[in-house]
Design a protein around this ligand. Structure first.
Ligand code: 5RP
Length: 218
């Protein structure tokens, strides 16, 4: 199986967690794109979706799935999203697709976060993947200096503006031994919108695609 086939297998398996007549929280990325395509096959059974990005909204609408504003939805049973890295403690790095802030908001509302990923995303320790941080544009240099004080090497993601009109700093070489504490500390820097550590609210269930198909790991 290729990496993309593993992503697709995990995405299809996630359909087993979708209840009829519910609104589904939908993340962003290539794994989620497979999930959206799979969701389209059962679209008549669901009420619709809440989306974490313009990109996912476009794909959902193209499939004829209604996209609801999160403010009009009181609760979500599940949020399905990918990850750039995930540990056995279900802490993640996300934001490779620059959608981290909306992803964190939709995840906060959902009762269950179901992470779908290929097996290469499972790691012992977070941090080989540079940590994305969404920043208010005028604060970019200040935030970068503060991130250096935390031991990281921030790199401005050139040419990328988030759906919220902000910029991304990708922080290399961080030692992430305590993801919850680092998530809090980075979010406390003035000018940071949020960072891509999902540790305070990690995943509840992991569906991992591997060479044998897809397995619910937890
Ligand atoms: C987007 C994300 C994605 O979930 C993450 O980057 C994984 O992407 P992919 O499914 O393409 O490997 O956090 O902001």
């Amino acid at each position: 199986m290729t990496q993309d086939e593993m992503k697709k297998a995990a995405a299809i398996k996630a359909l087993e967690f979708i209840e009829n007549d519910t609104i589904v929280g939908v993340g962003t990325g290539s794994t989620v794109n497979h999930f959206i395509d799979a969701l389209a096959t059962i679209k008549h059974n669901i009420t619709g979706a809440v989306s974490s990005s313009e990109e996912s909204s476009k794909r959902l609408i193209a499939h004829g799935i209604e996209v609801f504003d999160l403010n009009s939805v009181d609760n979500l049973d599940v949020y399905i999203d990918g990850a750039d890295e995930i540990t056995k403690h279900m802490s993640m790095i996300k934001g490779g697709g620059a959608a981290l802030t909306r992803e964190k908001i939709v995840a906060a509302v959902a009762k269950k976060f179901i992470c779908i990923a290929d097996s290469s995303k499972q790691v012992e320790l977070l941090g080989d993947f540079p940590l994305p941080v969404e920043v208010i544009p005028m604060a970019r240099s200040y935030v970068a200096r503060e991130l250096v004080k935390l031991g990281g090497d921030p790199v401005y993601r050139q040419g990328v503006i988030t759906d919220n009109g902000n910029v991304i700093l990708d922080v290399h070489n961080l030692s992430i031994v305590d993801p919850k504490a680092l998530e809090t500390n980075i979010n406390a820097i003035v000018g940071v919108v949020t960072n891509g550590l999902f540790a305070q609210r990690g995943a509840d269930i992991l569906i991992l695609g591997n060479k044998n198909g897809a397995q619910v790991v937890k």
